[in-house]
Design a protein around this ligand. Structure first.
Ligand code: ATP
Length: 306
């Protein structure tokens, strides 16, 4: 109903925004559920957030009925804890974050927040409590301050700079000739993947959501940038219910629980130490990744000595 009542010229506006790459997916959904697969139930209630405990109960999901992606996934993220999802490429890790943000509804089972099935609550109230740091943040063609303040439009200048400091991007911004007034985005200063991710983290710090989804960048970042981003993420996820979608393993060592997905099911679960001791899929992924990192370091040293 909501979708039908939206004036066509507004859809045209949104479409142009998307084509110009100005709009990130979160804002697109905020604007008006265009293309939304899910619609609020007529009796949908606002989510009542208490501690922010999260649970997946026997969740089944497929984009295409012929090809199940998640075949009965159950796990919990207790309030304030961090759970990391790892697994081979295509295993369904990012799908889990999309289901939690309710871009799609589960086909069987349920996802609950503080005991409430997310299918029964309004999408607006659901998205208000979840902060998403996506793999690739699309910036608005506006100032860097605007892009950070988007996390909480009423934030003061001091709050914006404080968030940037915590996200480890403050020094970089201050080094720019126009500082926080620098135009960024397609028509402005192009930021690197790591810089964009830190802008997304600063936004999330301002939003201060009880639940966080970190969908870590797949692209390789240099070691320094990776450490800086990790430090920023550790600050935002502290005492917040956090789901980390990890495409690299270096970021999951401190998670309270690591879930290893394979072929739509949970192959292994436990802490980093538990999983290394099990000497299974996680341990072999870990060893392979460590070898790859060492090889890269070697290569870098050889190049530097040339
Ligand atoms: P990676 O580590 O490579 O990012 P992932 O574990 O996050 O992978 P997902 O993005 O969750 O994987 O995708 C799981 C599977 O679902 C993949 O095989 C993918 O091709 C498929 N898939 C993802 N999005 C869609 C979609 N919108 N429509 C159809 N299939 C999709």
């Amino acid at each position: 109903l909501l979708q039908l009542s939206v004036p066509l010229n507004f859809i045209g506006f949104v479409y142009r925004e998307i084509r110009q790459g100005l709009t990130d997916i979160e804002q697109m959904f905020d604007l008006l559920e265009v293309e939304a697969e899910v619609v609020d139930k007529p009796d949908a209630q606002p989510l009542q957030i208490r501690q922010g405990a999260l649970a997946f109960r026997d969740v089944h999901f497929s984009y295409d009925p012929e090809r199940p992606i998640l075949k009965g996934i159950s796990f919990e993220v207790p309030a304030g804890k961090t759970v990391a999802i790892v697994g081979p490429s295509g295993a369904g890790k990012s799908t889990i974050s999309r289901l939690l943000y309710r871009f799609y509804d589960v086909q069987a089972g349920a996802i609950t927040i503080d005991g409430q099935d997310i299918r029964g609550v309004t999408q607006k109230s659901l998205r208000a409590v979840i902060g998403m740091v996506p793999q690739d943040t699309v910036l608005f063609n506006d100032t860097i301050a605007y892009n950070i303040r988007y996390g909480r439009p009423g934030a003061t200048e001091d709050e914006v700079t404080a968030a940037a400091e915590v996200a480890q991007i403050g020094t970089f911004i201050e080094s720019l000739p126009h500082g926080y007034d620098t135009m960024v985005g397609e028509r402005g200063l192009k930021l690197s993947g790591g810089e964009k991710q830190r802008v997304a983290i600063a936004r999330t710090i301002l939003k201060a959501p009880p639940i966080l989804i970190l969908d870590e960048a797949t692209s390789a970042l240099d070691t320094t940038t990776e450490h800086e981003i990790q430090a920023a993420l550790d600050v935002v996820s502290k005492n917040r219910t956090t789901l980390v979608i990890a495409h690299r393993l270096s970021t999951v060592i401190n998670a309270d629980e690591i879930i290893v997905l394979r072929d739509g099911g949970i192959a292994e679960r436990g802490t980093h130490a538990d999983l290394l001791a099990q000497d299974g899929l996680y341990a072999s992924m870990w060893n392979r990744q460590r070898e790859a990192t060492q090889a890269e370091e070697q290569l870098r040293k050889v190049r530097e000595s040339d």
